[in-house]
Design a binder for this molecule. Structure first.
Ligand code: C2E
Ligand code: CA
Ligand code: CA
Ligand code: CA
Length: 278
């Protein structure tokens, strides 16, 4: 098609139509995935960098499509956000996550907290608070078992509303962590205003440690800033011993990454917890 001017246009048009159709089709399938039980959760452990104690786990959504197989969130979360599907989807994640946490506790496995990713569209809806309250009540969990992870851009979407919602959640004991810190349009004023419990240092600053001196400077600055503001830090995407040791030297509080644990099933994490108790 490239050799012929007129056909080139038609070629790209068809290509674009295909993309739009794909997206629409995925959106429709995602709509049904919720009801048809095709979504499930994985849990990635988070550790105290000094004691190696398990301090929590992050909840990560997966979609097992009967035809296509496993679909990762990078493919369907943006579509869910654009279409508004993230609201019922996120509500389901919150409920399931709290119920799983309650199940672990019934088994005598004590995990301090569970961290759930929350999109801007969820946080800025008035009924989000009700959803969280219902998930906690249904599972019988105290608020401080739950942490929500939001990105800087989520906080800035509608900052006044976000601040009101977050202060209600804080009063319920729910903890806040700022996800992917430093990769969005960070404003230090937002850190002061939202006073998160934890700052998550993005994987992009971690992956080239300890060799990259600029990344080292950035990570060190984030850790010092957090400490001065009374917030804890957690580095994500830690894959090597060298990164682990270096982050410990810099004074980072917690780590999460393939080195110490991949996203895994609830049973697999329970087996780890069990081993830690014994
Ligand atoms: P995120 O919140 O930054 O989550 C961390 C991502 O890094 C996860 O990808 C995790 O599997 C991956 N990861 C963890 N450790 C390592 C490591 O050592 N090396 C590397 N290379 N990667 C690591 P995942 O599960 O594909 O999720 C991608 C993104 O999708 C998440 O990024 C989050 O923004 C979004 N997401 C996932 N689940 C949910 C959800 O329930 N709700 C919402 N709103 N977003 C979600
Ligand atoms: Ca996250
Ligand atoms: Ca993150
Ligand atoms: Ca990230």
């Amino acid at each position: 098609a490239k050799a012929h001017g007129r056909n080139t246009f038609r070629f790209y048009t068809r290509e674009m139509n295909t993309q739009v159709a794909d997206r629409l089709q995925l959106e429709n399938r995602l709509r049904h995935a919720l009801e048809q039980d095709e979504l499930f959760l994985l849990f990635q452990p988070q550790y105290d960098i000094n004691s190696n104690a398990l301090i929590g786990c992050e909840v990560l959504l997966r979609w097992q499509d009967p035809q296509e197989g496993l679909i990762m969130p990078s493919r369907f979360i943006p579509i869910a956000e654009d279409s508004g599907l993230i609201v019922p989807l996120g509500r389901w994640v919150m409920r399931e996550a709290c119920m799983q946490m309650a199940r672990w506790r019934q088994q005598g496995l004590l995990l301090p907290k569970i961290a759930v990713n929350v999109s801007a569209l969820q946080l800025t809806r008035m009924d989000f608070i009700d959803d969280v309250r219902a998930a906690l009540e249904e599972s019988g969990l105290p608020g401080n078992c739950l942490e929500i992870e939001v990105t800087e851009s989520t906080l800035m979407e509608d900052a006044d509303l976000a601040a009101r919602q977050l202060s209600i959640l804080k009063a319920m004991g729910v903890r806040l962590s700022v996800d992917d810190f430093g990769t969005g349009y960070s404003s230090l004023a937002y850190l002061k205003r939202f006073a998160p419990d934890t700052i998550k240092i993005d994987r992009s600053f971690v992956c080239e440690l300890p060799g990259d001196s600029e990344d080292a400077a950035i990570v060190s600055a984030i850790i010092h800033l957090a400490r001065a503001l009374g917030m804890s830090t957690l580095a994500e995407g830690v894959e090597t011993e060298a990164q682990h040791h270096y982050l410990r030297e810099l004074g980072c509080g917690g780590i999460q990454g393939y080195l110490l644990g991949k996203p895994q099933s609830a049973d697999s994490l329970a087996a780890q917890l069990d081993a830690a108790i014994l």
